[in-house]
Design a protein around this ligand. Structure first.
Ligand SMILES: *[C@@H]1O[C@H](CO)[C@@H](O)[C@H](O)[C@H]1NC(C)=O
Ligand SMILES: *[C@@H]1O[C@H](CO)[C@@H](O)[C@H](O)[C@H]1NC(C)=O
Ligand SMILES: *[C@@H]1O[C@H](CO)[C@@H](O)[C@H](O)[C@H]1NC(C)=O
Ligand SMILES: *[C@@H]1O[C@H](CO)[C@@H](O)[C@H](O)[C@H]1NC(C)=O
Ligand SMILES: *[C@@H]1O[C@H](CO)[C@@H](O)[C@H](O)[C@H]1NC(C)=O
Ligand SMILES: *[C@@H]1O[C@H](CO)[C@@H](O)[C@H](O)[C@H]1NC(C)=O
Ligand SMILES: CC(=O)N[C@H]1CO[C@H](CO)[C@@H](O)[C@@H]1O
Length: 523
């Protein structure tokens, strides 16, 4: 019943043991042999024994909303973008509903030490997953002789259960369903590999990885399915659902520094005034006349600055604005230039993604991840990026009401996030997991929704440098455009990144070997 196509070119599975010079070598072997583990208690319910293989040409999705905006637009940025598919359960929590949908995944086996090497599950988050990105995970896969597999998040990209995204159709879009997808996929893939290798009841050691929302999924996967993975790297993982996320704006102020912050605040004051006197001309200046709602417009302007800090490009926004201030130039015009030239043109962010009229559209298009992520924000995690009452950078128009109105306008009456329930389910910053590495970038506003202090078996590292943003450990600096293999040489302190990477390698090495010696992932 299972059709396998693990090695289409037949050349990928290697028998040879590779040297991994960077790992401390133990005993007298020149490569660690991660023995297979016996499955502790295979749960038949988890096994998905069906999948189909369809070849379609990969398309590059539109830039995702709010959290991650990384355009990985060229093929050299991927280890692979050859698509594979399998049939996933639509509702994991209903005993009556047996509907399925096609979920897309990728596999990269070039570095795999067959048959017993580790399997790295790279979790895809809130955007189309167009392949396995060539970030620092590529380096880790080489070092550990690992296979890399990656599953597209349900509803995003081509893994769409329905042909439109009405609020009714979005009811199975949640992190809880997504985690179960990963568990089912993990079992399916292991089974496929065993069949391919003509063996049964064997588990390779698995390790999960993710950045940002998928970083949270990575931590939560280890929390909820400890028997299915030896450990987790949760990079810039937003594990705490936050209702009024005022720390976000505060961090932007800290990342900007006093001089840049005060210019940004002055711009917000001027913009707020102009919005009252001649809003239309103001919006036209920013080429954003389509944003009829003032809140949408102010959110757009706030996000344009945020993105520079979040992805390690603080100088792109601060230097021209500070210069304009010193030269006595029109600050609103200077900011409009930054927004149009850098945020829209260079980063490729579309003004439309801020337009609630656009967010209401339920037809499936490349850009529909905006609506999808907002649905997750409006139902589970909030992270409402509201202006703090004192000393804020963003306009006070971007408040709690704005976000709640958006949720209601875009998805309908009664749609709002129950963050308490989310944090009750996962534990938030008090997550009671084990063998999870948390990493954060010092300049990243999202780190305040992450776990920034270590606890037993859950080390937390912060990478401190001028341009260390979201996911720096995996992606280097800056993160857009993507740096192949997460090269850290352009981080203002490569040492800060390399020190944390060394720790990551040690944890992975230790936990994989513990997995091996205990004979089960969960120990
Ligand atoms: C997956 O589901 C589709 C649609 O229901 C079905 O046609 C196909 O046979 C399934 N694939 C496998 C391998 O069972
Ligand atoms: C979308 O799906 C519904 C229900 O499955 C179906 O009735 C409808 O014809 C589909 N529409 C399109 C455009 O495919
Ligand atoms: C969020 O902020 C709003 C407006 O300031 C306030 O009314 C509300 O109580 C806050 N909610 C929480 C959970 O902090
Ligand atoms: C408001 O922010 C300013 C500047 O950071 C600070 O000096 C002041 O103490 C803050 N006031 C309150 C009430 O928090
Ligand atoms: C969420 O929890 C906080 C703190 O325990 C409480 O003050 C608040 O009322 C709760 N909110 C809801 C909507 O239950
Ligand atoms: C890294 O920095 C060098 C020197 O400043 C520059 O030429 C290069 O384009 C930068 N690379 C990236 C990916 O930003
Ligand atoms: C491990 C670590 O460096 N944690 C720090 C992360 O950032 C917070 C807030 O700045 C500090 O309090 C932690 O010590």
């Amino acid at each position: 019943m299972i059709m396998l196509n693990l090695t289409p070119q037949g050349r990928r599975l290697r028998i040879l043991c590779r040297k991994r010079a960077l790992l401390p070598l133990k005993k007298n072997s020149d490569c660690r042999n991660y023995n297979t583990m016996k499955l502790a208690a295979p749960s038949p319910a988890l096994y998905i024994a069906v999948f189909l293989l369809i070849t379609t040409v990969a398309s590059i999705g539109a830039s995702p909303p709010r959290l991650m905006r990384l355009p990985a637009s060229s093929n050299k940025n991927y280890l692979t973008n050859e698509e594979h598919w399998f049939n996933q359960t639509l509702d994991h929590f209903s005993p009556y509903d047996h509907r399925q949908f096609r979920q897309r995944y990728y596999e990269y086996l070039d570095d795999f030490q067959t048959p017993n090497g580790p399997i790295f599950l790279k979790i895809c988050g809130e955007s189309a997953c167009s392949g396995i990105t060539n970030d620092y995970l590529a380096v880790l896969a080489k070092k550990f002789g690992a296979a890399v597999v990656s599953l597209e998040h349900r509803y995003y990209g081509k893994s769409t259960p329905f042909n439109s995204s009405t609020t009714e159709n979005l009811r199975y879009l949640s992190s809880k369903q997504a985690l179960f997808d990963l568990a089912a996929f993990r079992q399916y893939y292991q089974e496929s590999l065993n069949l391919k290798l003509e063996r049964s009841n064997i588990d390779n050691p698995w390790f999960v990885f993710g950045v940002s929302y998928s970083g949270a999924l990575s931590a939560w996967f280890r929390l909820k399915f400890p028997h299915l993975t030896c450990g987790s790297l949760a990079s810039s993982a937003v594990v705490e659902a936050v209702y009024n996320f005022t720390d976000f704006d505060k961090q932007i102020g800290e990342s900007a520094g006093p001089e840049c912050k005060s210019v940004l605040q002055e711009i917000t004051r001027l913009v707020d005034q102009k919005l009252e006197s001649n809003g239309k001309a103001l919006k036209t200046l920013f080429s954003a006349a389509q944003l009829k709602n003032d809140g949408d417009f102010m959110y757009f302007l706030a996000d344009a600055a945020v993105t520079a800090f979040q992805y390690g490009n603080p100088d792109k926004v601060c230097i021209p604005l500070i210069e304009a201030k010193k030269a006595g130039k029109d600050l609103v015009e200077a900011y409009a230039t930054y927004v149009k030239e850098y945020y829209v043109k260079s980063l490729g962010v579309s003004v439309e993604t801020y337009d609630q009229q656009h967010l209401k559209k339920t037809t499936l298009t490349g850009g529909s991840s905006d609506r999808l992520w907002w649905f997750q924000v409006c139902t589970e995690v909030a992270y409402f990026q509201v202006a703090p009452s004192n000393d804020s950078i963003r306009s006070s128009k971007v408040d709690t009401r704005y976000h709640l109105d958006l949720c209601k306008n875009v998805f309908g009456e009664g749609v709002f996030p129950d963050v308490n329930a989310t944090n009750l389910y996962y534990g938030g910053k008090r997550i009671a997991g084990s063998k999870i590495i948390f990493t954060n970038g010092s300049q990243d506003p999202w780190r305040h929704a992450s776990k920034q202090t270590s606890s037993p078996e859950m080390p937390s590292y912060i990478i401190k440098c001028h341009n260390c943003g979201h996911g720096t450990d995996m992606r280097g600096c800056p993160q857009s455009p993507l740096v192949p293999e997460g090269d850290a040489k352009n981080c203002s302190s490569p040492d800060a990144v390399n020190t944390v990477r060394k720790q990551i390698i040690e944890h992975i090495d230790l936990w994989l070997s513990q997995c091996q010696s205990s004979g089960a992932c969960s120990m």
